[in-house]
Design a protein around this ligand. Structure first.
Ligand code: SF4
Length: 76
């Protein structure tokens, strides 16, 4: 296997269910709904683990986050 960082490796095995224009996809705070997951509400892309820490905040697919003061870019 190529030289992957731990974050890059996780991205290869935890495949998100959705895609969208949220800035959150490039943020370390996003915990996405995983592909074929049946439990979460259908209208969320995942959860933010930063804004209301230690609680999670649901990220709706219809309310696109474009700017965020807590954005923490994934290192690539
Ligand atoms: S910290 Fe901001 S950019 Fe990151 S996942 Fe939460 S809402 Fe999205």
């Amino acid at each position: 296997m190529a030289d992957l960082t731990p974050e890059e490796f996780i991205d290869t095995i935890l495949i998100p269910e959705k895609s969208s224009d949220h800035i959150c996809w490039g943020c370390t705070g996003l915990k996405p709904v995983l592909k074929d997951s049946k439990f979460p509400p259908a209208d969320i892309i995942g959860w933010c683990t930063k804004i209301h820490w230690p609680h999670y905040w649901c990220l709706a697919d219809f309310n696109v986050v474009k700017k965020c003061y807590v954005f923490d870019a994934k290192k690539k």
